[in-house]
Design a protein around this ligand. Sequence first.
Ligand code: GLU
Ligand code: MG
Length: 468
Amino acid sequence: MGDRHSAAVAPPQLDPAARRILERVEVDGIELVRFLYADHGGVIRGKASGRSRLPERIGTGIGHTVAMMAMSMLDHLQPVEGMGPVGEVRIVPDPATFVPLPYASGAAAMLSDLRQLDGSPWAACPRTFLKDAVALLGSQGLTPVAAFEPEFTLGRRLPDPTGGPDRLVPIDDSLCYAAAGFDLAHDYTMALVRALEAQGLPIEHYYPELGAGQHELSIRPATALKAADNHVIYRETVRGVAFRMAMWASLAPKPIADQAGNGAHLHVSLWDADLERNLFADGKGGLSVLGRRFIAGVLAHLPGLVALTCASVNSYRRLRPRTWASAYTCYGTDNREAAVRICSPMGGNVEASTNLEIKPSDSSANPYLSLGAVLHAGLDGIRRELDPGKAVMVDPDTLSAKQRARLGCERLPASLGEALDALEADRLLMDALGPLRGAAYLAVKRSEAADFAAQDVAYETFQHLRAF
Ligand code: GLU
Ligand code: MG
C-alpha cells in the first residue's frame, strides 16, 4: 500500500491529459479537485477528490447514489424508479475540462459524466445527453456551435426585516448600460473577468444591464459541449467570486421579483464537419435554408422545449411581453420580443457571426439538457424540411389574437406546470430524453411546481437565488 499522504503519483496507464492534470496539481499546489455535474433541478453539484487519491479517481470517478438525479432544487427527493436508495453511479471527470479555480485557492474543478459501475454512460447522465445530440448532428455532417449569454444580479444576501426569507439587495441601482454601473461594480467585475479568462473563457462583452445590480457578461462561442461546460464554469465563477468578496450573485431568472429578469439567451449556429463553413450563412449576408428549417424546428417544439430551457418555477416570471425575454413562439430579424432572433451579422465577420438567438433560455436550466434539446428540435426541423413561415417584425404582443393566429404565433407556457405538460406531450423531446431521464425530469420538475405553488413569492425568489 502506498503512502496515503504522498503527492499525486501518476500510474503508468494514465492518458496524457490525466498526466498533465497531475503535473498541474503539483505545480499549482491543488489540494482538492471538484468533480462537478448539473442535476435535473438545474443545480450544479459534485464531490471533490483529495490529491492523494486523484490519480485513480480521474479514471474511476467518485461513487454517488443514483438518487441524486431524483433530487429537486429544494433538496426534496422524488420517488423515481431506478433512482431509489439502492444503486450507485460514478461521477467521472473529463480530464480535458480540468481548471484551477481562481476564486478558490487550492481547489480545481472538472466537469463530469455520470457513469455506471462498468464505466458505460448512465441513461440519466445530462452531459451524455448533449454528447449524443452532438453525435447525432455529426452523423449528418453538422457541428453545432453555441454560446450562453447570461445576465446576473449582484448584491448582498440580507435577512428580511420582517422576518421573511433572506433577500438579495442589489449592489447598485445604475441605469441600463449606464457608465456609472461600470464603476459601481468595477472591483467585482475585474475579479470576475480575470477569473473567467484564467479558466480559458474569453470575454466577449460586458455591460451593466437594466435591473438594479444586473450585469451581463458574455463568453465567446464554442462547440456545443464546450459551450455547456463553459456555462457551468461561468455560473460557478460568477457566484464564487461574489462569495469571496462577501457579496451574493444570482443567475436566477427573477431573483428580485420587480426587477428585470436574468436571461441566458442561447446563441446557436451549425457548421460543417471541419468547422470551416457556417452552414447558417447563405453567403449573401442572410440566413440559409438550413437555418430557417432549424428555426422552424425550434418553434414547433418550443412549448415543450421551454420546460428544459426555462426550467424553474421562477423562469415564468421572466417570460412576459415587453421584457425582451420573449413571450410568443415567433421569430424575427433583430426582434427582441421574438423567441428566436436572427442576429444581424457583424460587418467584417459576416459568415462566422450569422447565428440564431433563442431568448426563452435562462441559467436555472441544466445547460446540457437545454442545449441538447434545442439541437434535437432544430434537427427535427431540418429533417422534416419545416418552414418557419413569415418573420414577425413587430412586438407580437401588439398584434391582435387573429393576426397572431395567422402567423402561427402562440403564447409561450405561462408556468412551469404548463411547460411540463407540453414537454410530456412532445414525442420527439421525450424520446430524445429517454425513459429514465424523461421520467426523472418530469418528476423533479413537477415536484418543484407543486412545492412553490403552496408558497409566496418571497420564498420562491429566496430559493432560486440560493440555488442559482
Ligand atoms: N433581461 C432580458 C431577458 O430576461 C434580456 C435583455 C437583453 O436583451 O439583453 O431576457
Ligand atoms: Mg441583456
